[in-house]
Design a protein around this ligand. Structure first.
Ligand code: PLP
Length: 387
């Protein structure tokens, strides 16, 4: 089909041309005397995006999933209790990983569409007077349902309970696009990946750990090798990596960080809010609902529920085959029930309108009872008046 495929999945996201060009580099010796000139500032600037001055940032040649494992195995011992709320595919997978790694996992089920219930968390932590729970695993932005939880609120709940557990946050689809404050929120492990807000291909696990988490590495008995933070720390201090890095990825990251920091993080967050809000206006105009319950709406992805009798997979298939746009599928418990519109990364009002128009056509083609142009009109009005 002529024209490019329009990518509106919530990761991997569109890669800006400047980042693509920056990645077009010849191979380079990663042990050269000048390599630290590239690598050290990357670690420093990553800390700015995570909003940590006291923590350490790391770049692993891996993906977000490895970030979960890095946090767990470097700081905990087999049998340690960890607590996680399960309300979507990614919190589900993190809980499953923790079980496979032999932790005692307290999984608290929440309806898919809701996020972390702060009162419940505080009450559970107060009950744990012996402080047996060693870590809270918090999914900041549940990409499967388009749900954002309040991590500042999680920290408050932990403090109100006087609980010393480590706080690990999956920010794979929030960091670099939704407000995230590692130091202020007392996050001990912040986990992200290169292919969403960072606008890069998948292949880098971008993570940051607090001093408390780094100190926990000394006593953690979990087995680890490739993902050992201590190996990274030993090499990173001189500006090197413990194994061969992806040089194009590092140059791409350099450019992506420049773009994010030039725009300004607060502006990046505001842009994502507007992109999301315009999308939400369109969804409301179609008479459809978000999977996210009020108060949990995500600014990086909207999961749209289709009415009974409809299959969201048909919408996604039509959108792809007829209009050359890629939408996110419903995963696991919400398969067929939702389709997802990603509004994360290198996007602006007009690219978002392409997504909204494409979805609108696919909905009409699949017999949804909507008025042609209604979603686009609602989004146009919003974008025009708030630009
Ligand atoms: N956590 C969240 C919230 C995600 O959205 C994803 C991937 O989409 C992951 C973790 C897993 O990341 P990866 O696919 O990079 O391993």
């Amino acid at each position: 089909m002529a024209g490019r495929n329009h990518l509106y999945v919530p990761g991997p996201t569109n890669i800006p041309d400047e980042v693509l060009s920056a990645m077009h580099v010849p191979s380079e010796d990663h042990r050269s005397p000048i390599f630290p000139e590239l690598f050290k500032p990357l670690l420093e600037d990553l800390k700015k995006v995570f909003k940590t001055e006291t923590g350490h940032s790391f770049i692993f040649p891996a993906t977000g999933t490895a970030g979960w494992e890095i946090a767990l195995t470097n700081t905990l011992s087999p049998g340690d209790k960890v607590l996680i709320y399960r309300f979507g595919q990614f919190s589900h997978l993190w809980a499953a990983m923790a079980k496979r790694l032999d932790f005692e996992v307290i999984v608290i089920e929440r309806p898919w569409g809701e996020g972390i219930p702060l009162d419940d968390l505080e009450a559970r932590l107060k009950e744990d007077s012996q402080h047996e729970i060693k870590a809270i695993l918090a999914t900041h932005n549940e990409t499967a349902t388009g749900v954002t939880s309040d991590i500042g609120g999680v920290r408050k709940a932990m403090d109100a309970a006087g609980h010393p557990a480590l706080l690990f946050v999956d920010g794979v689809s929030s960091i670099a696009s939704i407000d995230f404050r590692m130091d202020e929120w007392g996050v001990d492990g912040a986990i992200s990946g290169s292919q969403k807000g960072f606008m890069l291909p998948a292949g880098a696990a971008l993570v940051a750990f607090s001093q408390k988490a780094i100190a926990a590495c000394d006593t953690a008995q979990s087995r680890r090798a490739f993902l050992d933070l201590k190996d990274q720390l030993a090499s990173n201090k001189d500006g090197y990596t413990p194994y061969t890095p992806s040089i194009p990825m590092l140059y791409g990251l350099r450019k992506a960080l420049d773009l994010l920091l030039e725009e300004g993080l607060e502006n990046v967050y505001a842009r994502h809010y507007r992109l999301a809000e315009g999308t939400r206006k369109a969804i409301a105009a179609w008479g459809l609902e978000l999977c996210a319950k009020p108060g949990f709406e995500s600014n990086t992805v909207s999961a749209v529920v289709v009415p009974a009798g409809k299959d969201a997979r048909d919408v996604i298939a039509t959108a792809y085959s007829k209009y050359n746009i890629s939408l996110g599928a419903g995963l696991n418990e919400v398969a067929g029930k939702v389709f997802r519109i990603g509004h994360v990364g290198d996007m602006n009002d007009v690219s978002m309108l392409g997504a909204i128009a494409g979805v609108e056509m696919a909905l009409l083609d699949n017999g949804f009872d909507i008025k042609a142009g209604s979603g686009v009109a609602a989004a146009i009005e919003y974008y025009r008046t708030t630009a």
